[in-house]
Design a protein around this ligand. Structure first.
Ligand SMILES: NC(=O)c1ccc[n+]([C@@H]2O[C@H](COP(=O)([O-])OP(=O)(O)OC[C@H]3O[C@@H](n4cnc5c(N)ncnc54)[C@H](O)[C@@H]3O)[C@@H](O)[C@H]2O)c1
Length: 326
């Protein structure tokens, strides 16, 4: 990768720490700025993968290694300041997930739309060459799956709407200002470092290990496309490496799994370790789509990316991670 100076927003989170971990092993001494307001990720999460320094607003010089800036992407001055000298922005910070966006659509918009616009403006005015945007299957919304990049979007949740707006701004900032923006629409990502996540795999494992009843929204026949974290990180690195400005890619497995089926797989894997998992069904959640899986042929064709980790194997590795944290 030629892009040596990175700004990673949301770098203390699940995907951010996994990406930084990978970059620190595959590149010698990269310069990485992490901009995170620590609303979910913590300095402790970052320290599990690396030693890092901290920076305050009077300190805009890029330092070798990893530097944490505790601040917010909604603050225009902050984003402008810390994009100085950067080659590539990987924009992961967000109000993540459907539930929080239904609870507070305005907060979701401020983080995901205004925050993304701030990051793109900061990139434009600081001459940043490349911008990777963490999108999701949610912009596609209620459509007949498999979803793909050319389908007209019909977001169901405010989260889907805000990610769609982010994709729109990325397209515009490439076509009007020439910033190499790439949008990656992640599937339902799971794996090590997801201990705080409320997505299906992490939530079920956490609840079972805590002796709590695992909650499935609705009858469990809703489907998702589950992607192991290492596969996603490989896609992020490829997108950073290659020049595909203005493009969007579905990054998922192409496999449709019901939530009930995944819960059963987790229950069996835990059962083999002598851990019991109890399931209860509650009301379907507002904003959730019924079916979701993706056609990833564009990512294969253009990025040369394909998922490698099978769900059974990924669940085993995730359970081992959660057990190691206890
Ligand atoms: N995990 C998934 O399955 C998944 C699926 C699709 C898309 N995504 C997207 O990937 C990105 C990363 O997700 P994740 O799973 O690592 O989430 P995460 O919650 O683990 O990490 C997000 C990080 O962003 C930080 N953050 C939140 N709001 C911020 C703000 N206003 N300013 C600065 N920092 C802020 C949080 O403190 C956290 O460390 C998000 O944009 C998310 O929408 C994730």
């Amino acid at each position: 990768m030629n892009l040596l100076n990175l700004l990673i927003t949301g770098g203390c989170g699940f995907i951010g720490t996994s990406l930084i971990h990978r970059l620190l092993h595959s590149h010698s001494n990269p310069t990485i700025r992490v901009l995170d307001n620590l609303v979910t990720g913590t300095p402790c999460d970052l320290s599990e993968i690396t030693r890092f320094g901290t920076a305050t607003s009077v300190d805009c010089h890029l330092k070798r290694g990893v530097t944490l800036i505790q601040d917010d992407i909604r603050d225009q001055d902050t984003t402008m300041y810390y994009a100085q000298g950067v080659d590539c922005v990987v924009h992961l910070a967000a109000n993540t997930g459907v539930g929080p966006s239904v609870e507070n659509p305005r907060l979701d918009m401020e983080c995901n739309v205004l925050g993304t616009l701030n990051m793109l403006e900061a990139a434009r005015l600081n001459g940043v060459k490349k911008f990777i945007f963490a999108s999701s299957g949610a912009p596609a919304g209620e459509v007949e799956p498999p979803i793909h990049e050319e389908l007209p979007p019909h977001p169901v949740s405010p989260y889907g709407a805000s990610k769609l707006a982010g994709e729109g701004y990325c397209s515009a900032y490439f076509r009007t200002f020439g910033i190499e923006t790439v949008c990656l629409r992640f599937g339902n990502v799971y794996g090590p470092r997801s201990k705080h996540k409320s997505s299906v795999v992490a939530k079920f494992i956490r609840q079972a290990l805590n002796g709590e009843v695992c909650e499935i929204f609705g009858d469990g026949t809703q489907t998702r496309d589950f992607l192991y974290i290492d596969d996603l990180v490989r896609a992020l690195v490829l997108a950073m490496d290659k020049d595909f400005g203005g493009e969007t890619f579905q990054i998922a497995t192409g496999l449709e799994r019901t939530v009930g089926e995944v819960a059963e797989m987790i229950a069996q894997a835990l059962g083999r370790r002598g851990i019991k998992m109890t399931i209860k069904h509650t009301q379907p959640r507002l904003g959730d789509v019924k079916r979701n899986f993706a056609d990833t042929s564009k990512a294969k064709r253009m990025l040369g990316w394909e998922p490698e980790v099978e769900l059974e194997d990924g669940i085993e590795r995730t359970i081992e991670y959660f057990l190691s944290q206890k």
